[in-house]
Design a binder for this molecule. Structure first.
Ligand SMILES: C[S@@+](CC[C@H](N)C(=O)[O-])C[C@H]1O[C@@H](n2cnc3c(N)ncnc32)[C@H](O)[C@@H]1O
Length: 468
């Protein structure tokens, strides 16, 4: 039996229109070509702005109905993150020195400026074992990122929706664009995400960071002569032939490191199951296997050279300028990354502009052992180019330390990388910090650096100053 649908014609028309719309959409997609992931960060920012706008509207509407609150109060009680102004950037002078594997500070001779020196000795600083972490809480972060969460009690109100959610197609912010560019650079070398937090607004974006070249690893050489140190001939590398590097006593790369078990003095690698063992004595660089060794990427003596797999967010601490936090939990001993930037001769450091001085890291790990030494000494300047480590703040109870590691070149040229390792288990969302002057504890009665800044680290054992 044929039962005619009364609205058959309407049904057919709607179906036709839908199918036509679908075809047009498909055609547009085809013309646009394959979708790239390059703009994901921007897409996420746009979506975030839309959700924020919509939910702010909804919450305002609900709260107005319930309490008669003015819109601005409603927004803040809903946990909507209002971009905070970035605290004024002091001209920081973090000169990180791995000299005697400690952060030590001393004024630059000509300018009278102190430069914090990073101690790469993992076990030497009592402060490093402290577990107090920075005051930035995970909860705070989540509240800021999920505007609707604070308003969940408004579910009690069964009021009709009086405002339509507004949809804004926002232009990508400056922060969004730069965040995306940096993240792209990280992805190119297979590193995990790096992003700039939405708690940083465009107007608080310092001019020099707009041109900052994000470079996940390595050094840039302005001087071709310095670069040659990284182009040393194959024959000068020590190469192991152990294939899997499972036996510490048989690996020539490990032999070069001179790392021993601190108790029984047997040969050990610097890593166990991918984590730093903290058994490396002061003044000793870790020598990892290099490109000429027979072992593969899964070799246990290749750790700092692997791509970073902890996601990083750069954010405004509201205390110490911008800082860094991990977006994953980080276990103790995990290598998070290495310092990157322009490699300069140490005796050229005083010629660098003042604002660079807070972003310098001396590569002097071996100087403690060979005071005579040593040929040329070098410093890494991350002011104009580098990676997330550019933003690592000082804490008197840090949760990372540094050590020096060599794998791209030979140890004798004094150009190790500086690896940042978690010195305690770190929960996702915690700020990642180092001590700019870690041997302070051993020098408690001794001298303090001449050039000190007021420390705002919030640690319970804050000494009140940090080494500039
Ligand atoms: C290597 S930079 C760290 C990143 C820096 N916060 C930024 O926004 O670029 C060092 C500078 O950060 C600031 N800073 C780092 N740790 C601090 C602390 N505990 N207290 C106060 N300021 C700090 C100081 O201005 C210092 O000179």
């Amino acid at each position: 039996m044929n039962v005619p649908w009364p609205d058959d014609a309407v049904h057919k028309r709607l179906t036709d229109q839908r199918s036509q719309g679908y075809d047009e959409k498909l055609e547009k997609r085809r013309q646009a070509g394959p979708r790239s992931t390059a703009d994901w960060d921007e897409e996420i920012e746009k979506a975030y702005a839309r959700v924020q706008e919509r939910e702010t509207g909804e919450t305002n509407s609900r709260l107005r109905l319930r309490r008669g609150n003015p819109p601005s109060a409603s927004a803040s009680s809903a946990g909507v993150s209002t971009p905070s102004r970035r605290s004024k950037r002091s001209s920081p002078a973090l000169t990180v020195s791995s000299r005697d594997k400690s952060i030590s500070a001393g004024p630059l001779p000509k300018r009278g400026r102190g430069r914090p020196r990073i101690n790469s000795t993992p076990t030497s600083s009592p402060g490093l074992s402290a577990t107090t972490l920075s005051s930035f809480s995970r909860k705070g972060k989540l509240a800021a990122l999920t505007p609707s969460s604070a308003g969940s009690s408004s579910m009690e109100i069964e009021a009709p929706q009086t405002t339509l959610p507004s949809v804004i197609i926002s232009q990508p912010t400056l922060r969004g664009r730069i965040s995306s560019t940096w993240n792209k650079a990280a992805k190119e070398v297979m590193a995990a995400m790096v992003r700039i937090s939405p708690n940083i607004s465009d107007e608080n974006f310092p001019r020099h960071l707009r041109k900052f070249k994000y470079m996940e690893t390595g050094y840039v050489f302005r001087d071709k002569g310095l670069q040659d140190n990284f182009n040393v001939p194959r024959g000068t590398f020590t190469v192991c032939d152990c294939m899997t590097c499972s036996d510490a006593s048989g690996c020539s790369c490990r032999d070069l490191s001179e790392i021993y078990d601190l108790k029984d003095k047997t040969n050990v690698f610097a890593y166990s199951e991918g984590l730093f063992t903290f058994e490396v004595p002061r003044g000793v660089d870790v020598i990892e296997c290099n490109k000429y060794c027979g072992c593969g990427n899964d070799c246990g003596n290749r750790v700092a050279q692997r791509p970073r797999d902890i996601s990083i967010e750069i954010f405004d601490t509201n205390r110490c300028g911008w800082g860094v936090r991990a977006m994953n939990d980080v276990p103790r001993g995990k290598i998070i990354g290495t310092y990157a930037g322009v490699l300069v001769r140490r005796d050229e450091v005083d010629e660098l502009p003042e604002e660079h001085h807070g972003y310098l890291f001396d590569l002097d790990s071996t100087e403690v052992r060979n005071s005579e030494n040593l040929g040329e000494k070098y410093t890494v300047d991350s002011y104009e180019c580098g990676n997330w480590t550019h933003f690592v703040n000082h804490s008197c109870s840090p949760n990372m330390e540094v050590y020096c590691v060599v794998y791209d070149t030979i140890p004798y040229v004094n150009m190790p990388y500086v690896a940042f390792v978690a010195s305690t288990d770190i929960a996702a969302g915690r700020e990642l910090t180092i001590d700019y002057f870690p041997h302070t504890e051993t020098n408690r009665k001794g001298k303090q650096p001449a050039n000190r800044g007021d420390c705002k680290c919030d640690s319970e054992v804050c000494r009140g100053w940090f080494k500039r």
